[in-house]
Design a protein around this ligand. Structure first.
Ligand code: NAP
Ligand code: MG
Length: 503
C-alpha cells in the first residue's frame, strides 16, 4: 500500500515526550518553575490529531511583571554582563552542546506541537538553532568599539572612542511556525550582546521553549538572565511591549501585530526589531529546466506546509515554459502530500491549528470564487481530526486577487506567466512586502540584474529558503524593521556610545 493511502493517524509519542507532557503547567521566571498567578491555562493541541495533549500556564500581567523584574535585576546587578566574555561564550556553547545532545527529543516535541515532520525538524530546525548558538557565542568576545580621531580638533587634543553596550532587558515574542529555532534566533544574539531576556512563545507552540528552560538551568546560566512566559499575545505579549522596564522588543509574526507592537513600543521609545510577513516571488527564467524549476518551486511553497515567512508563494514563470512547470508542480505535489508529523514518511504535516486550517481553506475558496483555477489540490484529505490540507496550486489568477496579494501562510501557490524581465520585476515588486525572492536561471547576468532590482531582504538564486546564522535576515517595506543573524543581528541588541575626552 502506498504511503498516500495510509490513514492520517498520529503515531504514539515516546515515553520521554509523554513524561514531559505530564508536567504541571509552569512559567520559567528567575531560574525557577512557577505557576501562573491566576492558575489559568491554555490547551495544547497536536495538529496531527486535533486532540488536546496537555496545558500550558497562561501568564497574567502580574506574572509578566515578575519576569521583567527578574530580567531587570539580572541586567542591573551585572550578573550577566559582569561575567568575563569568555565565560559567557562558554555558557552559550554549553547550551548548544546540551541542545545537540537532546536534539532528537526536541525534534519530536516540535513535531508533536507544531505538526511539522519530525525528520524535517531534526534536519532543519535543530541544526539551525545549534549552529546559531555556536556562531553568536563567538561574538561575546568580538563585539568591539573603535577609536576615532575627532575631525574638528587638532590631533592629540582629544581621545575619542565608541563603545558597544547591551541595550538592557529584551522582550522577545515569537510565532508558531519555527518555535524553537525562532526562539534561539532571538535569545542567542541577545545573550551574546549582554542583554537579559523575557521570551514569550506563541500560545500554539510553547513546548520546546519550556523544554529549553531545562537546558538553560542545566547549562548554569545565572537566574533571571532568560525568563520564559507562556500565554496570550493579547495579555502577556501586550504587557511586555508596554512595560517601562523593557528596553527592547524583538517580534516575529504577522504584519498586523507587528504594526501594533511598533506603535505600542513608541510610548517608552523601546528599540524594536520586527520580522513580519511576506509574499515572496519565485521567478523562473526561460533557460531553466522546467522539471527542476517545478521541484524547486514546490519545495519553496510546501516546506513546513507553507507556514514560512519566506515561502515562495507567488510563482512567475516565463510563458515559454509555464505549462510545463505547472504540470511538474502537480506531479511533485504527491511528494508533499500531508502526513502525521511522527510518520517517518512525512514530508509535509498538517497546518498548525483549526484556525489556520479555516483561514487557508477560506483563501482557496475565495480564490476559486474570484475566478482562479486549481492546477492541483484545493481540498483537505480525510483524517481522524488533524488539520491536513493538500498541496495546492492556483492558476488563472489576477494581480489584484486576495490570494495573490495577501500572505496565506499555508500550502497554497499562485502561478502566473510573464514575457520579459522588466515586466516580471514590476510584478515581483507589486506587493507591500519585501522579505525574500527566488530567481531560477543559469544566465548570470540576468541573475544579478534581478537580484539588484527585486526589493527584498534576501535573494536566493537557484535555491529557496536557505537561511544561515552568519547571514543577516530581515525585510524591506512592510516585511519588517532591522535584521536578525550575522553581526548585524547581534548589534541590534546594542547601543552605540560615543566617548569624547579632552586631553
Ligand atoms: P501573530 O498574532 O502575529 O503572533 C505572533 C506572536 O505575537 C505570538 O507569540 C502571539 O501570541 C503574539 N502576539 C499576538 N498579539 C500580540 C500583541 N497584541 N502584543 C504582543 N504580542 C502579541 O500571528 P498569528 O495570529 O499566530 O498568525 C496569523 C498570521 O500571521 C499567519 O496566518 C501568518 O500570515 C502570519 N505569521 C507570520 C509569521 C512570520 O514568520 N512572518 C509567523 C507567524 C504568523 P499568541 O500566540 O498568544 O497569539
Ligand atoms: Mg500546539
Amino acid at each position: 500500500m502506498s504511503s498516500h493511502s495510509k490513514p492520517l493517524t498520529q503515531l504514539p509519542y515516546s515515553d520521554e515526550a509523554t513524561r514531559f507532557l505530564a508536567r504541571p503547567p509552569r512559567l520559567f521566571i528567575n531560574g525557577e518553575w512557577t505557576p501562573s498567578s491566576s492558575g489559568n491555562t491554555v490547551a495544547v493541541i497536536d495538529p496531527s490529531s486535533g486532540k488536546e495533549i496537555t496545558r500550558i500556564a497562561e501568564a497574567s500581567e502580574a506574572d509578566v511583571d515578575r519576569a521583567v523584574a527578574a530580567a531587570r535585576t539580572a541586567f542591573d546587578d551585572s550578573r550577566w554582563t559582569g561575567l568575563a566574555p569568555t565565560a559567557r561564550e562558554r555558557l552559550i556553547h554549553h547550551l548548544a552542546d546540551l541542545l545537540e545532545r537532546d536534539a532528537d527529543k526536541f525534534a519530536e516535541l516540535e513535531a508533536i506541537d507544531n505538526g511539522k515532520p519530525k525528520a524535517f525538524a531534526a534536519a532543519g530546525d535543530l541544526p539551525f538553532a545549534i549552529a546559531n548558538l555556536r556562531y553568536v557565542a563567538g561574538w561575546t568576545t568580538k563585539l568591539a568599539g573603535e577609536t576615532i580621531e575627532p575631525g574638528l580638533s587638532p590631533e592629540g587634543t582629544f581621545h575619542a572612542y565608541l563603545r558597544r553596550e547591551p541595550i538592557g532587558v529584551a522582550a522577545q515574542i515569537v510565532p508558531w511556525n519555527f518555535p524553537l529555532s525562532m526562539a534561539i534566533d532571538k535569545i542567542a544574539p541577545a545573550l551574546a550582546a549582554g542583554c537579559t531576556i523575557v521570551l514569550k512563545p506563541a500560545e500554539l507552540t510553547s513546548l520546546t521553549a519550556l523544554r529549553l528552560a531545562d537546558l538553560i538551568i542545566e547549562a548554569g546560566f545565572p537566574a533571571g538572565v532568560v525568563n520564559i512566559v507562556t500565554g496570550r499575545g493579547s495579555v502577556a505579549g501586550e504587557r511586555l511591549v508596554r512595560h517601562p522596564d523593557v528596553d527592547k522588543v524583538s517580534f516575529t509574526g504577522s504584519t498586523a501585530v507587528g504594526k501594533h507592537i511598533n506603535t505600542a513600543a513608541t510610548e517608552t521609545m523601546k528599540r524594536v526589531t520586527l520580522e513580519l510577513g511576506g509574499k515572496s516571488p519565485v521567478v523562473v527564467l526561460p533557460d531553466f529546466d522546467a522539471d527542476q524549476a517545478a521541484a524547486g518551486a514546490a519545495q519553496a511553497i510546501f516546506y513546513n506546509a507553507g507556514q514560512v515567512c519566506v515561502a515562495g508563494s507567488r510563482l512567475y514563470v516565463h510563458s515559454s515554459i509555464f505549462d510545463k512547470v505547472v504540470e511538474g508542480l502537480a506531479s511533485h505535489a504527491s511528494y508533499w502530500a500531508p502526513r502525521p508529523s511522527l510518520d517517518p514518511d512525512a514530508h509535509m504535516g498538517p497546518v498548525v491549528s483549526q484556525g489556520q486550517f479555516d483561514r487557508v481553506m477560506g483563501y482557496i475558496e475565495a480564490g476559486t470564487k474570484a475566478g482562479a483555477s486549481l492546477a492541483t489540490g484545493g481540498d483537505a484529505p480525510s483524517s481522524d481530526g488533524g488539520y491536513y490540507i493538500n498541496p495546492t496550486v492556483l492558476v488563472d489568477v489576477k494581480p489584484d486577487m486576495g490570494v495573490v496579494r495577501e500572505e496565506i501562510f499555508g500550502p497554497v501557490l499562485v502561478a502566473q506567466r510573464y514575457d520579459d524581465l522588466d515586466d516580471v520585476v514590476r510584478q515581483a515588486n507589486d506587493t507591500p512586502y519585501g522579505l525574500a525572492a527566488g530567481i531560477w536561471t543559469h544566465d548570470l547576468g540576468a541573475m544579478h540584474r534581478l537580484a539588484s532590482k527585486i526589493k527584498a531582504g534576501t535573494i536566493w538564486g537557484n535555491t529557496h529558503g536557505a537561511v544561515d546564522p552568519l547571514m543577516p535576515f530581515g525585510g524591506y517595506k512592510q516585511s519588517g524593521i532591522g535584521r536578525q543573524q550575522g553581526r548585524a543581528g547581534v548589534e541590534m541588541y546594542t547601543e552605540l556610545k560615543s566617548v569624547i575626552i579632552r586631553l
